[in-house]
Design a protein around this ligand. Structure first.
Ligand code: IMP
Ligand code: MG
Length: 181
């Protein structure tokens, strides 16, 4: 069986995702000119997006990753965020850009914003590939948004369902029967 058999609809094709990364990379390169850009990816979902995004950033930058967990095997957040893997250097004098796959309830990014701000970076901004505003539970907006999506569970391009589908090269809507079984 192929992964795409469980996809009801393609939301963003590989070409569309490439165009999103190009647009965001260009804007970020402009905004961070002369700054000390430090791109922080939230594992594991941001992996694919981050890899493509940084290749559209034309100014020097450093990268690192952290990992949080708030999801069990389901399709909505448990509300409990844990830092599973932390950054490996101090944040003083760094202009942080936190990169996420999707901003959903907002619980993850508001936790990270609070946790990382407490380490006094020079600045901190959020970049999310996708924004699902319909499900927001915390008042938070990203500074850079790839695209807005409806309230459907989506997978691919880093996003998972029960840790699978991250390697799908496009973003699609998972057939509800896949997770309602
Ligand atoms: P939040 O804390 O509810 O904003 O959740 C953000 C995290 O939930 C993301 O980093 C994703 O890992 C996960 N998530 C939210 N919506 C989806 C979805 O539609 N598909 C896959 N993962 C999702
Ligand atoms: Mg995630």
């Amino acid at each position: 069986m192929s992964m795409s058999d469980n996809i009801a609809e393609v939301l963003y094709s590989e070409a569309e995702l490439e165009a999103i990364c190009a647009r965001l990379g260009k804007q970020i390169s402009k905004d961070y000119e002369g700054k000390n850009l430090f791109v922080v990816g939230v594992l594991k979902g941001s992996l694919v997006f981050m890899a493509d995004l940084i290749r559209h950033i034309t100014i020097p930058c450093e990268i690192d990753f952290l990992s949080v967990s708030s999801y069990g095997g389901g399709t909505s957040t448990s509300g409990e965020v844990q830092l599973i893997k932390d950054l490996t250097c101090p944040l003083q004098d760094k202009d942080l850009l936190v990169v996420e796959d999707i901003l959903d309830s907002g619980v993850t990014l508001s936790f990270l914003l609070e946790t990382l701000s407490a380490r006094h970076p020079s600045s901190i901004r959020l970049c999310t590939l996708l924004d699902k505003p319909a499900r927001r539970r915390v008042d938070i907006t990203a500074d850079y948004i790839g695209a807005e999506v409806e309230d459907k569970f989506i997978v691919g391009y880093g996003l998972d369902y029960a840790q699978k589908y991250r390697n799908l090269p496009y973003i699609g809507v998972l057939k509800p029967e896949t997770y309602e079984k």
